[in-house]
Design a protein around this ligand. Sequence first.
Ligand SMILES: Nc1nc2c(c(=O)[nH]1)N=C([C@H](O)[C@H](O)COP(=O)(O)OP(=O)(O)OP(=O)(O)O)CN2
Ligand SMILES: [Zn+2]
Length: 121
Amino acid sequence: MMRIAKSVTFDAAHFLSLDSDERPYARMHGHSFRLTVELEGEPDPVTGWVEDFGDINDALSGIHEQLDHRLLNEIEGLSMPTLENICLWVAGKLQPRFAGLARVVVERPSNGEACTYTIKP
Ligand SMILES: Nc1nc2c(c(=O)[nH]1)N=C([C@H](O)[C@H](O)COP(=O)(O)OP(=O)(O)OP(=O)(O)O)CN2
Ligand SMILES: [Zn+2]
């Protein structure tokens, strides 16, 4: 069994709707995010790949287009755009297309925060 991975970065604004606005992140602010997806499988004996990075790139480009330079709260399914919910949202987009989707990781490198959603341990 092998795993392949591909990453993209995006910049986006968000706010976290809390009961009070005491926390600074209840106000709109922005981050740079790194999204990494991992796919698991056996390499195809003819092509030699688990999945074509070109197909993964196409899918991630679509996700990048939906997230980059957006207000995440306005995106359907992301009204509470925590790292955790971004992972779930990305997985929901990719799972129908990639049966081998194993992990989705969303990071905010500038402040050392990350969430990993493990689909295949
Ligand atoms: N479990 C989670 N907790 C928090 C998340 C999250 O996605 N999952 N997100 C946030 C906010 O997005 C917040 O912006 C992050 O806050 P913070 O760690 O304080 O980092 P900042 O860069 O925004 O703040 P600095 O003042 O620059 O350190 C909160 N919690
Ligand atoms: Zn934030």
